[in-house]
Design a protein around this ligand. Structure first.
Ligand SMILES: Cc1cc2nc3c(=O)[nH]c(=O)nc-3n(C[C@H](O)[C@H](O)[C@H](O)COP(=O)(O)O)c2cc1C
Length: 343
């Protein structure tokens, strides 16, 4: 049960990210060293009511195991039913319950992070889901509702009592959204307070970050989200650092472009809702995320904001290389980038 959390190997998780960690991106991160994957969150009611529309969120290939499907909701019995349905379809390795989502649409229906304010309801959700399914159930939570109500240790103890087998803690409150810094002190307190494994999450972007957080706390794994959107090599780089104590050579710009192209090609080949034009347009923001790890990212974001075909991607690379040869690309990632020729 959750064998990867009970071995010498320190697992690196890809964070669930709605609209980002679909089957294609998860596959890419797996190839680049992510050990454990979790689907983006799926509504339990959606699973029960609209099978087909919601089902594709739970899709995965066997090569992506170990993989968890993340559910959100506020009714443990219904969530347990939804979890059983998913297990009938796909047999994931674990079910993860979302107690962290800050979005109003979810919170207003008592789902996600709102359960941190209602421990009896949170306990009933955790208990019912754990009771309903024959596979491990894990949970992902924030450290509390707001700075005045940081209750992660209390919540973690409740979850452990309810049969939850591992907990991921994102070190921010709901009120913080994605602002400020993740509080790794509280994550460490949770890891010390419960016997089940705790996975730490928040602001980890390099092998050094992983090593520092591992040394500082008793977490049994680390989850990485936004850094992987810009640089999916982060898993490989982190593993290299953990193994050798040395920084890996970063991927080249050409490798990054090749990956972006392959990501688009895979998305097109999997698409059931349109051809190249629709898929590439829908991937603009994903491509822009990749540029955050490339010098001259601002220039590239301008170009990717308009992209509509794979051929344009080749043109963008060629133009970028020309700019680079002329010394017009800033060497800083994400900086103010390409100086116009007029300057
Ligand atoms: C675009 C986006 C979508 C997210 N969707 C989910 C989600 O579906 N389920 C979840 O538990 N967390 C979700 N999160 C939170 C991440 O899993 C993670 O906890 C957070 O980004 C902090 O980790 P990081 O600093 O490594 O990015 C999302 C975050 C982002 C940026």
């Amino acid at each position: 049960m959750l064998s990867w959390l009970h071995s010498e190997h320190f697992p690196l998780y890809l964070a669930p990210m709605a609209g980002v960690t679909d089957v294609t991106f998860r596959g890419i991160c797996k190839e680049l060293g992510a050990d454990v994957l979790v689907t983006e969150f799926v509504s339990a009611e959606g699973i029960l009511q609209r099978d087909d529309r919601t089902r594709h969120y739970t899709d995965f290939d066997d090569g992506q195991r170990p993989l968890g499907v993340q559910l959100f909701g506020a009714d443990g019995v219904r969530m347990g039913e939804a979890a059983r349905k998913i297990i009938d379809w796909k047999q994931p390795d674990f079910i993860d319950i979302n107690f962290g989502c800050p979005v109003n649409k979810v919170v207003s229906k008592n789902g996600g992070s709102s359960l941190l304010k209602n421990c009896p309801l949170l306990a009933s959700v955790a208990r019912e889901v754990a009771k309903a399914v024959p596979i491990p159930v894990t949970a992902k939570m924030r450290i509390g509702w707001d700075a005045q109500n940081i209750n992660a240790v209390e919540v973690a103890r409740i979850l452990e009592d309810c049969g939850i087998q591992a907990i991921t803690v994102h070190g921010r409150t709901r009120a913080q959204g994605y602002t400020g810094l993740a509080d790794w002190e509280v994550i460490g307190q949770v890891a010390d307070a419960v016997k089940i494994p705790v996975i730490g999450n928040g602001d980890v972007a390099s092998g050094l970050d992983v090593e520092v957080r591992r040394a500082q706390t008793n977490v049994r794994g680390i989850m990485i989200g936004r850094a992987a959107m810009a640089n999916p090599w982060v898993f490989q780089e982190a593993r290299h650092y953990l193994t050798t104590g040395q920084h890996a050579t970063p991927a080249t710009v050409e490798q990054r472009f090749a990956l972006m192209r392959r990501h688009c090609e895979l998305a097109i080949s999997r698409s059931k809702r349109g051809g190249e034009f629709e898929v590439i347009r829908s991937m603009r923001s994903r491509l822009m995320s990749y540029t955050r790890s490339i010098p001259g990212g601002k220039y590239l974001r301008g170009r990717f904001g308009q992209i509509a075909s794979l051929m344009e991607m080749d043109d963008i690379l060629a133009d970028y290389q020309t700019h680079q040869q002329r010394g017009l690309v800033s060497q800083e990632s994400d900086a103010d980038d390409v100086v116009t020729e007029a300057n």
